[in-house]
Design a protein around this ligand. Structure first.
Ligand code: FES
Length: 178
């Protein structure tokens, strides 16, 4: 028993990690959604319908935009709800989806929109993702879908309802969990 207790004690980290600054924290339930350069809480109607992504961030109720960590960046879409898969619908707010920008293969920004196919493409190695299907991979080398943030609409504003549904970040080249 004593040996077990000693083992547990040795496994503790030497230093406790300082909590992340609010501007670096991942999106939190109750946060608003703002545009890439904005500080005004967005309504669903501000997201173009059936178009490519609009970049955005989460903003804490005190006005802190959580943009100090690029891993927090969002790409926002609005589609007719009937077009969405059940998984995407469960995390959408009146047809608005918020997906991570960070490619799950090796962490590049997924920055290309293939409008004819309705797919996102990563310029680094060509992975493709379907925003209407909860960020599902339609072409590798990525093997993991893009994380989707849970949204709802409160008093007409887009609000974070749930954390990302999977880990944000790439799986290759030493990417770390967060
Ligand atoms: S980092 Fe996106 S496909 Fe490799």
């Amino acid at each position: 028993m004593a040996a077990l207790a000693a083992g547990v004690a040795m496994a503790r980290p030497a230093f406790a990690q300082a909590p992340a600054a609010p501007a670096s924290m991942p999106p939190q339930p109750g946060d608003f959604i703002v545009s890439e350069l904005g500080t005004e809480a967005l309504t669903p109607a501000r997201i173009p319908l059936a178009r490519g992504p609009m970049l955005g961030w989460a903003m804490a109720p005190d006005g802190t935009v959580r943009k100090a960590d690029f891993m927090n960046q969002l790409q926002l879409f609005r589609f007719e709800p009937a077009e969405l898969s059940p998984e995407a619908t469960a995390l959408a707010g009146e047809g608005v989806l918020a997906l991570s920008v960070i490619c799950t293969h090796a962490g590049c920004p997924v920055s290309e929109w293939l409008g004819d196919e309705g797919l996102l493409a990563c310029p680094c190695h060509g992975s493709r993702f379907n925003p209407k299907e909860n960020g599902a991979v339609t072409q590798g080398p990525a093997v993991r879908k893009l994380p989707q943030l849970g949204l709802t609409v409160t008093d007409g504003k887009l609000v974070v309802a749930a954390p990302f549904d999977s880990r944000v970040g790439g799986d290759e080249f030493g990417a770390e969990d967060r």
